[in-house]
Structure formats: structure tokens, C-alpha cells
Design a protein around this ligand. Structure first.
Ligand code: MRU
Length: 351
């Protein structure tokens, strides 16, 4: 396969009057594009993870919201506002853990409020403009995270990553994967251990697909191999993304992240979280208050069409876990690397 730029993958695209997404449920077997023209389809795409990854679902929700208000009748502001409130609750209900979704919707609804004296058609146009701005900003933010992360990566490095934090999970480049892409582009000799990331295999299906396209040296591992690799000196740094950072620096991310962080500390390996400011929730004091999404038992009792557990087995399938701040060496943000004291230093980012 010929190497491509990470920017070649556009997980979400606004196409004049509709949104085109790469339907991630088909990867890596096929690259299937799906055109979304109404809010119900966008809600379903987020819920079923056709589009996934915290920044990507924020962008998708923003466009979805516009699709939802686009055809509302042009009556007075009050009835328009009632629909806006109903739609924002609906969009936010699609996935609860990643704050980027609520962040995008809140940004839109507060600007609708600021535009309340304007005619409804102008408000609608303004909402589309904000969705496009959120999308464009994310491109710049992801690129900057990649650049800022370079001070952490030596000329040669073995990097371990979890889930998918790349172009598919964002507008372009990604967060943790942006650091990896930039290191590769800078000619550093990196090698990436890719956790398969049970149960939905975002590592095996998506991260491996992305890294292979760009030609980054990598090896796929089962999640439970990470500890052995760390203990035997085969990992120099762990880089992950996040769905929500609390004000004290606790991090919600894909299930299995906490175990990696504990293993990294035990083995004196730096553990960094790449986090755009849109993933930091200063309203939540600590990780215990972050809502953790529980998903369909079928995700762990089946592989494709095969049952891998007895019928009627009881399951528990949290999609995310919380890593306490004390395990985190630092955050890679678009504003630079943030070190402890997180309470103070994360707050300073928003001043
Ligand atoms: O359930 P997913 O696939 O949406 O979970 C994604 C993750 O946990 C990512 O690590 C996180 O969203 C950061 S993506 C830049």
C-alpha cells in the first residue's frame, strides 16, 4: 500500500447541504461513506459509533443540530427556542461520556441566545457557520497538539497507544495519534504498539488501518500484552486520548486506560494524555462525577455473527474508565504541555 498523509482521511465532511462521514463500523474491510441529511440519522450514527471519538462526535453533533433546525417553521423565537432545547437534549443523549458533544451543543445554543433578536433564517445560517468553525478549529488544534507533543518523543521511541485517537476520531490528524504522525513526519524512528482495544477493537480496526496507510511502523497487540511489554523495557512512553478531563486532572478514556496508567507508573514509564481544551470539563470537579456509558452486552458476547459466550450470560460493559490524575505524567494540549498541579494549571488554560 502506498503511504498517504494523515490529512487524507476526512472522517466528516460538510457538503453544501448534508454531511458525509466515513462509516467506521465497516473499517478496515471497506471504506464506506454515508451521507447524512437529517438529525435522526446523525443521532443514530453517533449512538452506533459510525462516527466516534470525542472530537469527531462533537463536530458531527454540531452539524446534526443544524440539520435538525434547518427545516423548522419560521414562527416566533419562543417556539423556535423550545425546539432548540428539545434538540440539544436529544443530541446530548446520544453518548454521555465525551464532553465534546455537549461542549459543541452548548456553544451553539448560547450563540443562538445571543442572536435572539435576529430573524430565524439568519439564526439558522449562523448555526451552520458555528458548526463549520468548530470543525475548522479542531483541525488547527489537532495539528498543534501533534507539534507540541514532539518535545516528549526522542529520536527513537517505542510508543504504546490505546483505542483510536487519529484522523477518524477527529477532524484530521487526531490527538495522541497526531503526536505520532508528527514524529513520523519529522523522521524520528518510532514504533507503535497498538492495543487491540476490546470489545469494539478500535485499535485493531481503526488505529492499525490509519497507521498502515501512513506507513508508521507498528505492531498490533492484545490489550493484556501491554503489561509484559512495559515490564521488559519495550515501551518508552504511553500516549492516549481522552473523552473528558475533570478539573482536578482525572481522565475518562476508553476502558482499559486506567490499567495502562497503573502499569506505566509501576514501570516508571511516562503516561501522557493528549487533550484538546474542548475535552476538558472545568464544571466537573473529579472523575467520579463523569457519567460512564454502558453499552450493549452483545459487544462482549459476540464477535461478528459468532457467539463467544454462553446464551443469557450476565455481563457488564462500561465503555470508559477513569484514571486518577496522580497516574498522569502530563497533558498535551494545543496550548502546550500541562504538568501537575493540575487543578491550578488546567484552570489557567481557561483564563
Ligand atoms: O467509544 P469511542 O471509540 O468513541 O472512544 C474513543 C476514545 O476513547 C478516544 O480515546 C477518545 O475519544 C479520544 S479521541 C481523540
Amino acid at each position: 500500500m502506498q503511504s498517504e498523509q494523515p490529512s487524507a482521511v476526512q472522517s466528516i465532511e460538510w457538503r453544501d447541504d448534508h454531511v458525509r462521514i466515513i462509516d467506521q463500523t465497516f473499517l478496515p474491510r471497506r471504506t464506506v461513506y454515508s451521507d447524512i441529511r437529517d438529525v435522526g440519522r446523525m443521532w443514530e450514527a453517533i449512538k452506533t459509533m459510525r462516527v466516534r471519538g470525542a472530537p469527531a462526535i462533537g463536530i458531527a453533533a454540531a452539524y446534526g443540530f443544524y440539520l435538525g433546525i434547518r427545516d423548522l417553521p419560521e414562527s416566533g423565537y419562543d417556539s423556535f427556542k423550545l425546539e432548540v432545547d428539545r434538540l440539544s437534549e436529544y443530541m446530548i443523549s446520544a453518548r454521555p461520556t465525551a464532553i465534546n458533544l455537549k461542549w459543541a451543543i452548548d456553544r451553539i445554543t448560547s450563540s443562538i441566545h445571543a442572536y435572539r433578536e435576529k430573524p430565524i433564517p439568519d439564526i439558522k445560517k449562523h448555526v451552520l457557520k458555528i458548526a463549520i468553525t468548530i470543525h475548522d478549529e479542531d483541525r488547527r488544534v489537532c495539528r498543534q497538539i501533534g507539534i507540541n507533543g514532539q518535545e516528549l518523543i526522542g529520536k527513537k521511541a517505542n510508543i504504546l497507544t490505546h483505542c483510536n485517537t487519529g484522523s477518524l476520531a477527529t477532524s484530521q490528524y487526531g490527538t495522541a495519534l497526531s503526536v505520532i504522525y508528527h514524529a513520523h513526519e519529522d523522521g524520528k524512528k518510532i514504533h507503535v504498539w497498538v492495543d487491540e482495544t476490546r470489545p469494539l477493537l478500535q485499535g485493531a480496526r481503526l488505529t492499525a488501518w490509519e497507521l498502515l496507510r501512513v506507513g508508521v511502523p507498528m505492531q498490533l497487540i492484545v490489550d493484556s500484552a501491554a503489561g509484559m511489554l512495559m515490564r521488559t523495557g519495550k515501551v518508552d512512553i504511553v500516549l492516549v486520548g481522552t473523552d473528558r478531563v475533570a478539573a482536578n486532572g482525572d481522565v475518562a478514556n476508553k476502558i482499559g486506560t486506567y490499567a495502562l496508567a497503573v502499569l506505566a507508573k509501576e514501570n516508571n514509564i511516562p503516561f501522557y494524555v493528549a487533550a484538546p481544551l474542548s475535552s476538558i470539563d472545568m464544571k466537573i470537579e473529579d472523575g467520579d462525577s463523569i457519567p460512564i456509558e454502558e453499552r450493549d452486552p452483545k459487544e462482549i458476547t459476540t464477535v461478528g455473527t459468532f457467539d463467544i459466550a454462553p446464551n443469557k450470560v450476565k455481563t457488564y460493559n462500561p465503555a470508559f474508565d477513569v484514571t486518577p490524575a496522580r497516574y498522569i505524567t502530563g497533558f498535551i494540549t494545543e496550548k502546550g504541555i500541562i504538568k501537575p498541579d493540575y487543578k491550578k494549571n488546567l484552570a489557567a488554560l481557561f483564563e
